[in-house]
Design a protein. Structure first.
Length: 297
């Protein structure tokens, strides 16, 4: 097994065949580590990642010889491809990614489409089964917005405005539009009192993600308020970030953790059924499962 490293990737000679892998391939880092350690089996597995992607996605995703991932005939951005690899390795259903991608393609703003990927990755934002994502807002004691005192943000409300009235300029940090933020920003950097509400956003409705504030907030033209998490933060909604690549995990069928649950009861996307489901922040299903078990000891 030999390989030739270049500035744009690596060419691996295996079984008398040359297999080029570009540097932006989702498996490139792991492949280089395996090559340096001369781990032939690992290298072979990573080179077969295209086949693995196709197998585990039931043919919906596939990859070419350069490591580019496709959904149908359309190339998938590297950020989404990396998520796909992580989902497959963790044995997590990939339908949320497919639905997210299909919704985002409907967004008319090229900048918003690109910047939303960064927002999702930087803030470890969880996706729901139907391809939407979760964000947060701080509202006053009456569930009204702090600025106009006219927008009802009580649980169950659907809030929207004409997209043309939302400022699309990403360089304008604070401007007109409906503001949604990542958890840490909404909980700790925006006003002191009031309520912290969790909102559900369709990727199609994202207008602008300013680069300031570490890409922790955005302007959208619509969202749905799904829950008040002001008093539930420590027990049900979100734990503080303790590492990279962490996402919110929920229990599929239980409103509270119970001793009879199995690791199969853990899911990385919000259940479609109504109700408050227990959730934790973790990197894998197994890690989330262990966190749930701690709550019933």
């Amino acid at each position: 097994m030999n390989y030739i490293r270049s500035g744009n990737g690596v060419v691996v000679i295996l079984d008398n065949a040359a297999k080029p892998i570009s540097a932006d391939n989702p498996v490139f880092g792991k492949l280089m580590d395996a090559l340096r350690a001369n781990l032939a089996d690992v290298v072979r597995n990573l080179l077969d990642k295209a086949q693995t992607i196709r197998k585990h996605s039931c043919g919906k995703f596939h990859a070419d010889d350069d490591g580019n991932v496709f959904l149908g005939a359309e190339a998938v951005p590297t950020t989404l491809a990396n998520h796909l690899i992580k989902f497959i390795e963790a044995n997590i259903p990939i339908e949320p990614l497919i639905n997210f991608w299909n919704r985002l393609k409907l967004n008319p703003s090229a900048d918003a489409r690109k910047d939303l990927y960064d927002f999702i990755v930087v803030n470890n934002v969880p996706l729901t089964e139907d391809g939407k994502f979760l964000g947060y807002r701080k509202v006053d004691d009456d569930y009204l917005d702090f600025y106009t005192k006219t927008i009802d943000n009580s649980v169950g409300s659907f809030v929207s405005m004409d997209r043309d009235t939302v400022d699309p300029n990403r360089e304008n940090t604070c401007s007109s539009g409906l503001h949604v933020a990542a958890y840490n920003y909404a909980a700790h950097c925006y006003y002191g009192g009031g309520h912290l509400v969790e909102v559900l956003v369709d990727p199609e409705d994202v207008v602008c993600v300013p680069p300031d504030y570490n890409q922790q907030k955005m302007r959208v033209c619509a969202y749905e308020v799904v829950r008040d998490c002001t008093e539930e933060r420590k027990t049900l909604i979100v734990e503080e970030e303790k590492g990279k690549n962490r996402r919110t995990y929920y229990l599929k069928n239980y409103k509270n953790p119970c001793k009879s649950m199995t690791v199969e009861d853990v899911t990385s996307h919000k259940p479609t059924k109504a109700g408050h489901y227990s959730s934790v922040r973790a990197s894998t299903n197994e890690e989330a499962y262990q966190e749930f078990l701690k709550r019933v000891k």
